[in-house]
Design a protein around this ligand. Structure first.
Ligand code: KG4
Ligand code: ZN
Length: 335
């Protein structure tokens, strides 16, 4: 059978990434140029800085992705690109590059939702079987998504305020960590104990929604109060307590969803899906659901990358989804 090669683009935030994906499931190349070091001193992503870096990096990423994949433009079947959600100036760079390649080489242009891309990163572990549920946890989003079929996404619950990754990054800042601090807190948490018993918001409510701003405030108040009375708290215990609270609410709401929605698979995806505490916890909890297979996005594909956009793009292509050359970035795109 014919190989379907997709050239995929991702530039929604602070990674410029271009990948070549075969048949939606094999990574021939996945070039990721990260800008983290340029944003660190600002404590977060600066949109203007991000756009400029994307412009500087994108053509080199295309060349590298094709060279590593040993592919020519003439081998390609389609071009896929993240067109939202994300930073508008950052998205526009990927969208413009993808349109240029599609136009120059007369290839179909496939628009991909960044969050659908995160879900489809799981495709690199095993084929996705439907119906499925996805726990989607990143720096900008925290949601539980029901997928009745491969191209339908229904958000059944989401955060009312901060995203889980955002809470990690804010709390890390208070502990003096550099941006992004999710991995640093995760590592430190494994050396501490849950001694602070921070709030677990909305845990008992009969829905699939989350709230992390109360947890963030409780954490900050605890640290500031200790500073005022000149008491030194254990950073490891603070990290462990924070992480336990986040993992508890994410796991409990996911279990509630698994009880209501009979699915074949649970997909864990997004930047925070790299969290060891969360991965271990879901491994344990899923033993009570032997009919549900847990698909965790591979560790190296939890963060933003173009490989996942290529996987989602392949599914969209199969479903006949195309964009015209007037495709625009949509910073607040929803499913
Ligand atoms: O999906 P992603 O790369 O970008 C967005 O689309 O937002 O997610 C980035 C987020 C950051 O907030 C980062 O701190 C968090 O993922 N993160 C983690 C871990 N690794 C990355 N959070 C908790 N534990 C981790 N191991
Ligand atoms: Zn992302």
């Amino acid at each position: 059978s014919k190989r379907t090669l997709i050239l995929a683009f991702e530039s929604s935030c602070d990674e410029t990434s271009v990948a070549v994906i075969e048949n939606g499931s094999k990574i021939l190349s996945n070039v990721v140029a990260t800008q983290i070091n340029s944003h660190k001193r600002f404590g977060g992503v600066v949109p203007e800085v991000a756009s400029r870096h994307h412009i500087e990096q994108i053509t080199g990423c295309i060349d590298d992705a094709l060279r590593i994949a040993k592919a020519q433009y003439s081998d390609l079947s389609a071009v896929a690109v993240t067109y939202g959600p994300g930073l508008v100036g950052a998205l526009l760079v990927g969208v413009a590059a993808a349109k240029a390649v599609a136009f120059a080489h007369n290839l179909p242009l496939i628009p991909v939702n960044h969050m659908a891309g995160h879900i489809y990163a799981a495709r690199f572990v095993a084929p996705i079987e439907f119906p499925a549920l996805a726990l989607l946890v990143s720096g900008g989003h925290t949601e539980i998504v029901y997928l009745p079929t491969e191209n339908e996404f229904q958000i059944i619950g989401e955060t009312r305020d901060d995203a889980a990754g955002e809470a990690y990054d804010k709390v890390g800042r208070v502990l003096g960590m550099t941006y992004p601090s999710g991995k640093q807190i995760d590592d430190l948490a494994h050396t501490g104990q849950d001694t602070f018993n921070f709030p677990r918001a909305m845990e008992k409510e009969n829905n699939f929604d989350f709230s992390f701003s109360g947890l963030k405030s409780a954490f900050i108040n605890t640290v500031h109060h200790a500073d005022q009375i000149k008491e030194t708290l254990s950073k490891a215990d603070l990290a462990a307590s924070f992480q336990q609270s986040v993992v508890d609410v994410l796991a409990n709401k996911t279990i509630r969803a698994l009880k209501q929605f009979k699915v074949k698979q649970l997909i864990l995806a997004g930047g925070v899906a790299a969290n060891n505490g969360l991965r271990e916890r879901l491994d344990i909890e899923l033993k009570a659901f032997p009919e549900v297979k847990l698909l965790k996005a591979p560790l190296n594909l939890c963060g933003d990358n173009a490989a996942m956009i290529g996987a989602a793009g392949y599914v969209a292509l199969k479903n006949g989804i195309h964009a015209d050359l007037d495709l625009n970035a949509d910073p607040s795109l929803e499913f």
